[in-house]
Write a protein that binds this ligand. Sequence first.
Ligand code: SAH
Length: 254
Amino acid sequence: MEQRKKYLGKVYLVGAGPGDPGLMTLKGKALLECADVVIYDALVSPQILAMINPQAEKIDAGKRMGRHSLLQEETTYLLIEKAQTEAIVVRLKGGDPFVFGRGGEEMEDLVKAGVSVEVVPGITSGIAAPAYAGIPLTHRSYSSSVTFVTGHEAAGKYRPAVNWSAIAHGSETIVIYMGVHNLPYIAEQLQIAGLSGETRVGLVRWGTRPEQQELYGTLGTIVKLVEENQFGAPAIAIIGSVVNLHSILSSCRP
Ligand code: SAH
């Protein structure tokens, strides 16, 4: 009780969605509009940053591979510090805070420090980017299961290490976050596990934003195509026969 009295404020862990400002939740937007402090990540789109209360203090905690503006511990410390002095502190993260967003870790640290904290989910890029490309992750004729997985396991960020063989056998649609860099390894592992080289692969970069780009191939061809097209992060990879549907369904988007 004594410790909680120290904190006037509350931290809201808010998901900003994948980029299209229309995909921001009403609850998240309302919090941005009345926040005292907003600490945001690199993948949050400029239109969403523009929703922030003009009087609020804005802090860029952006982290992209190889570029660190704030270390994770520094971000957590800053959140705790701000919660001591400010009423509404928003921790704004791309997509959904609890899907490969370190939201769980941050929330745990805040709870341990006695800070009041609440999560506001966002639309994750692993759902929105395929949707905007015309790829339904499940479909009664093609896929009744979907797995979300990180392709960035090499750095040891997520534990336990991904079992690509189990994923190849266990799911009809595979959605990979942070997978472009490791795609040669992943495509190889999935084929070793028994998936055909003909298995369809779609990559969606900057999904839901005006600059959205897509690249289509197969497990056998995608690595070469990525090189040829210099297709880089941030992108979502979708693997499975649902990828074929993009040729019919993408035409429905304005
Ligand atoms: N919490 C986020 C994921 C953060 S991990 C979410 O729920 O979406 C960062 C990875 O997310 C990127 O490497 C990329 O794979 C994916 N990503 C984020 N925004 C994206 C976008 N607009 N289009 C495609 N992929 C995106």
